[in-house]
Design a binder for this molecule. Structure first.
Ligand SMILES: NC(=O)c1ccc[n+]([C@@H]2O[C@H](COP(=O)([O-])OP(=O)(O)OC[C@H]3O[C@@H](n4cnc5c(N)ncnc54)[C@H](O)[C@@H]3O)[C@@H](O)[C@H]2O)c1
Ligand SMILES: O=P(O)(O)OC[C@@H](O)[C@@H](O)[C@H](O)[C@H](O)CO
Length: 422
């Protein structure tokens, strides 16, 4: 039988909680936290029950397969001490209320940053329930650390909490004793495949069904306060910064926007992964053109933009990271407004019509018409995309501010008619 991971010594004490245990949390926040052995994490999925079961069987340990061009290496990450299914409400409330716990990191996807319907189960309602428990337990302040690709993620989460935490004394406690950090997180981490699990077994001799594959590159900028302390994430290279805005725009407009453009145009051109799409000369040119456009709105020295772009080219074309375009294409209704539209609005205000954005949005409409769409608003958007004037109907549904821009909408509809020849 193939051996599995087990702890050789006592785990660190649980001082952090995570909501949204997926691949990215393991490759990023769990990996950064492992640099400080005084901190352990109790991690919760949203609905998944299988992953907590697998992690529990191996004492929370998992293999991180770090792939670069020249060699693959496997690190064993030990910061997750307990893994729970999200439905384990009693344990969730106890962990969030625990006086030992100082912070909650969060990766729940862009689509989860919405006000829940009254009585609905959502990431925000679970956070509010946990905080309410902590408030009634008379516990100390806490910091929330959202780590999703959401513009102004800290401010967005703060305003969602204001809407759901309304009982006067509780609301006041949330306002004063719950700090919400803003973050920019970066490490390309595709969903794990059976092939990755086999690779880990070849390299280590161990079977680890909870393994995660990632790239060597990792970045984390954090702006916020931690009244009850935090792990020494800087030991693994995290940067504590005063203002997160420029880092956020740099990442969303250069990396994530290019990812979304490659996802939709790449699928049209028959590609399956980012490295294939980025290696396609037509799409490579499209991305360079997008970067020229977006970079004009970033207040950064030209040399910094040049090296950021060079690194992105290398990261996108790294052959070991099989990042599926279909994974990135999901939830465009949440991603496009954060990644592409802020730059497009600025261009339109100057009377310009960047072809890279027009082509990317036309390819998104094609995706909505032709593919198995994964989007929180799929039913509505697929119906609108199949109408006679899809750009008008779909784009206005995600951004009413585009409704009067006839020139842009007509250009996207025209591009869509030609998209298969793109
Ligand atoms: N994978 C990456 O390269 C990467 C890099 C930077 C940031 N991120 C951020 O992390 C998020 C998660 O990425 P991942 O690779 O871990 O994905 P994943 O699919 O492996 O995990 C997603 C996690 O979010 C939970 N979730 C999904 N929809 C939810 C919802 N509506 N409400 C609450 N929870 C929900 C899932 O249950 C799961 O725990 C991304 O959406 C992104 O915002 C990912
Ligand atoms: O994870 P998502 O779904 O928000 O977006 C898909 C990718 O653009 C994203 O995961 C990037 O790989 C990541 O943001 C790199 O740090």
């Amino acid at each position: 039988m193939t051996p599995r991971l087990t702890r050789a010594s006592a785990p660190p004490p649980v001082r952090a909680v995570h909501l949204g245990l997926g691949a990215f949390h393991r490759a990023h926040q769990a990996w950064y936290t492992a640099a400080d052995p005084a901190w352990g994490i109790a991690a919760y999925t949203f609905r998944n029950t299988e992953l907590p079961r697998l992690l529990t069987r191996q004492d929370g340990l998992f293999s991180l397969l770090v792939r670069d061009e020249t060699r693959d290496r496997v690190e064993t990450v030990g910061s997750i001490v307990r893994a729970h299914p999200g439905a384990d409400t009693r344990q969730w409330l106890a962990d969030v209320a625990s006086p030992e716990v100082a912070l909650i990191t969060i990766t729940v996807t862009e689509a989860a940053y919405t006000v829940p319907e009254p009585g609905a189960d959502s990431a925000v309602s679970r956070l509010a329930a946990g905080l309410r428990e902590r408030f009634h337990a008379g516990a100390a302040p806490i910091t929330l650390v959202p780590c999703d690709n959401v513009a102004d993620n800290g401010e967005v989460l703060r305003s969602l909490l204001r809407k759901v935490c309304q009982e006067p004394a509780f609301a006041e406690w949330v306002e004063h004793d719950v700090a919400v950090a803003g973050t920019v997180v970066d490490r390309i981490t595709p969903a794990t495949t059976k092939r990755d699990v086999r690779m880990v077994r070849e390299l280590t001799g161990r079977h680890d069904p909870a393994a995660v594959v990632t790239e060597p590159f990792a970045e984390w900028q954090i702006a916020g306060t931690f009244p009850r302390s935090r792990p020494a994430w800087e030991r693994a290279g995290a940067q504590v910064v005063g203002d997160i805005g420029t880092y956020q725009r740099r990442k969303l407009w250069l990396l994530n926007a290019a990812h979304s453009l490659l996802a939709y145009t790449g699928l049209v051109r028959g590609h399956a992964t980012v490295d294939q799409a980025a290696g396609d000369p037509v799409l490579g040119g499209l991305i360079e053109s997008w970067w020229d456009t977006a970079a004009a709105y970033l207040p950064l020295p030209p040399g910094e933009i040049t090296s950021y772009r060079r690194r992105l080219r290398d990261r996108f074309t790294a052959p070991g990271i099989r990042h599926l375009l279909s994974q990135i294409a999901a939830d465009g209704s949440h991603k496009i407004p954060a990644r592409i539209l802020p730059v497009l609005h600025r261009e339109r205000a100057r009377g310009r019509l960047p072809h890279s954005a027009v082509a990317g949005l036309a390819a998104w409409l094609d995706y909505l018409r032709e593919r198995d769409v994964r989007d929180a608003r799929a039913a509505e958007l697929v119906r609108l995309a199949r109408t006679a004037k899809p750009a008008q109907r779909v784009l206005v549904a995600i951004d009413p501010g585009l409704g009067d821009d006839r020139e842009l909408l007509a250009a996207i509809d025209a591009e869509l008619r030609e998209v298969r020849a793109f």
